[in-house]
Design a protein around this ligand. Structure first.
Ligand SMILES: [Zn+2]
Ligand SMILES: [Zn+2]
Length: 390
């Protein structure tokens, strides 16, 4: 476990046999309370330091705390991720990390539930619900031992219900479960389902003619709530980059939920019609639409829905805080969000489905919570840099 035994984000896990060495996720650490992402100090020999000596780096999903160090991977090491994850990461990198686009282009895209082989390891991407589309767990099997690496996951989203069947059918029992434990340090915070959030958002959209929404551009299920609950006569507006993400998802998914047919790219020629008919508009701090939003700050028919982790507003993102402030002060401000991570009960469910001999918590500040439960004898708390021999 290179990193992540005592922190959320920036986790890096290695699985190795005598013949094969793979890295699972290779991300940057989350910004600290002042908004700074710490400079990377993680150098792994053969991966992002020295001469290449690694059979593959695999990414569970596109969030930066799992992919942020992708561009430091030494040349020649295969990079593996889901098909849609690659497309979304490419769109993101073209916008904000142009220098590293070619590195993402190199990535080998693999579909879910189709086992592939690296050295003596058979690996399967197990699709899972998370606040990232196309997120997956990795099942790693060397013919004798099975390891399930969860990446980030939850069961309280729209696609969470299928997890039970998928895990039982494609995973079964495992020897080692490496599980994320983000919410283990927030045990007393109730976790709403994505369905609950949908009802709350629906009510606000109904009440206000002009709805601005601050939401991660890749939290596709949440964006679907905003889109699919925009009344027929109102506009659903976003910027060009967001539209590109919608097009990727619409192409990839057969589901009507993800078609985003109403999504309209903003242009100033729409101003008058937007004013007349009303709208739901997705704003981001990096987007020009925030200028448009300013014109509505004092309008009693306008509301801002903040649909992201509230931690960003604790001072670590000054720009975001400034953006929401006028709406906060006016009282036309709603915080409607639920976590992309599994609460303790759902981690316990996964444990009961997979019956692991060993449980290793990562992506957590409170792995010891699992070590206090009924399965305490199975829980192994590692330190960063420590190995566990299966
Ligand atoms: Zn994460
Ligand atoms: Zn994530």
């Amino acid at each position: 476990m290179h990193r992540g035994t005592e922190q959320i984000g920036g986790c890096v896990t290695e699985i190795a046999t005598d013949q094969t060495r793979i890295i699972l996720d290779f991300g940057t650490e989350l910004p600290d309370a002042t908004g700074q992402t710490p400079p990377n100090t993680l150098l792994i020999d053969g991966v992002n330091f020295g001469k290449p000596a690694c059979d593959a780096v695999l990414f569970s999903h596109y969030h930066a705390d799992h992919t942020g160090l992708l561009d430091t991977i030494l040349p020649g090491i295969p990079i593996i991720m889901g098909t849609v994850s690659k497309d979304i990461l490419l769109a993101l990198y073209r916008l904000v990390r142009k220098d590293s686009v070619s590195k993402v282009e190199e990535a080998i895209a693999v579909p879910a539930l189709k086992p592939f082989t690296i050295g003596d390891l058979q690996i399967t991407r197990i699709p899972v619900d998370h606040s990232a589309y196309d997120a997956a767990m990795f099942l790693v099997n060397n013919g004798e031992q099975k390891v399930l690496f969860t990446g980030d996951f939850r069961f309280h989203g729209f696609r969470g219900k299928a997890s039970d069947t998928i895990v039982q059918k494609y995973v079964g029992g495992v020897d080692v479960l490496i599980t994320e434990g983000t919410l283990l340090s927030r045990l007393n915070v109730p976790v709403l389902s994505e369905f609950d959030i949908q009802e709350l958002i629906k009510a606000v959209v109904k009440k206000y003619k002009y709805v601005f929404a601050l939401c991660s551009s890749t939290n596709v299920d949440r964006l679907g709530i905003f889109h699919n609950n925009t009344p027929p006569k109102r506009y659903f507006v976003c910027d060009r980059y967001q539209k590109e993400i919608f097009d990727i998802i619409a192409d990839a998914s057969p589901s009507d939920y993800y078609k985003f047919r109403k999504a309209l790219t903003y242009g100033s020629n729409l101003d008058l019609r937007l004013k007349q008919k009303g709208f739901v508009m997705l704003v981001r701090k990096g987007s020009m639409l925030k200028e448009f939003m300013r014109q509505y700050e004092n309008d009693n028919q306008a509301v801002l829905i903040y649909s992201m982790w509230n931690g960003y507003l604790d001072g670590r993102d000054q720009e975001l805080s400034r953006l929401v402030k006028p709406f906060q002060e006016s009282g036309r401000f709603e915080m409607l969000h639920t976590s992309g991570h599994a609460p303790l009960d759902d981690i316990l469910k996964l444990i009961s489905w997979t019956n692991p001999k060993t449980i290793i918590p990562v992506h957590t500040e409170a792995g010891e919570v699992l070590a206090k439960g009924n399965m305490r004898e199975n829980v192994v708390l590692l330190d960063d840099g420590e190995s566990f021999l299966v």
